[in-house]
Design a protein around this ligand. Sequence first.
Ligand code: SF4
Length: 352
Amino acid sequence: MSKALIAKAEAQGNHLELGELISLLNLTDQEALDELWQAADRVRAKEVGEDVWLRGLLEFSNFCHCQCEYCGIRADNRSITRYRMTEDEILAAAREISAAGIGTIVLQSGEDAWWTGDRVARLISRLKIEHDLAITLSLGDRTKDELLLWRSAGADRYLLRFETSNSALYAKFHPDSTLATRLNTLAELKSLGYDVGSGCLVGLPGQTTRDLALDLLLGRDLELDMFGVGPFIPHPDTPLGGCPQGSTEMTYKMVALARLVMRNVHIPVTTALATLDADGREKGWQRGANVVMPNATPPPYRQQYELYKNKRCIDDTLKHCRGCLGGRIARIGRQVGQGQGGSLRKAGRTNE
Ligand code: SF4
């Protein structure tokens, strides 16, 4: 039974139905799981090739006015030191990303109103003048005017996870927004021509296997360019601090199925997965993923961007990470992507 279903997923994963996805997410037999990993790896090779793309992650402000219940930098957490990098500090970090041969900078922050539309647009313009980098923004739910301004200034991509497709669960953990708002922002990003990334968390308290299967179907229906899956890791200074962490095995199943269902998307191995499993990056790349986001945030800020505790590689420099990741990628027979590594969907690879 599982063999036939995995074969269908490999041939036509974008046509899998809800019940079939739930069955695949419920697999526990090691032989069947190995088949699932191998099917995802073959589809990854066919659809996106052997390149593993590096994206330099710059966490430039940990101020946030939101209260997402799982997040270590939520507004109510008074135990962390808040920071905002200056424009010059950000430009210096961008120089390091370029020097490391990485083609994309990911500008990430909490929802920080100090970074107005105009300030972010000015930063994007300066980055575009000084560097040949693709610019990915990850700044949360912002207004359509701001998104338009930043796209016009040169931003290429935007990451905005929907976290869970279950609207009741979404409302429970996100007191400041609704799933409908987030989906609306994702639609606006697409209409403005951004490459759009989204994704979900695995292991939120109360989340079911059916919810995860629906997350995959939502990701497919949104026709995304990128899809990220990370395990929930409880931060002790948040309302969910006492809850159990998400399962790494379920996260791998979600990565593999994201590849099988969405085919030609970019899929990162998340730092959260690498934090829970020392071999998480290699396993992720061999189970469907093709991206990694080394941390380019300079100290002491990188320690202060505390979404959760004990983040992997938190004390390593970007230069060290670049070398380490290059070695890990080569050891599994793959190669580091050269250039910016844009949307494969828009480059003409169909989702069939
Ligand atoms: S998840 Fe994002 S929006 Fe929510 S509190 Fe954390 S940084 Fe802010």
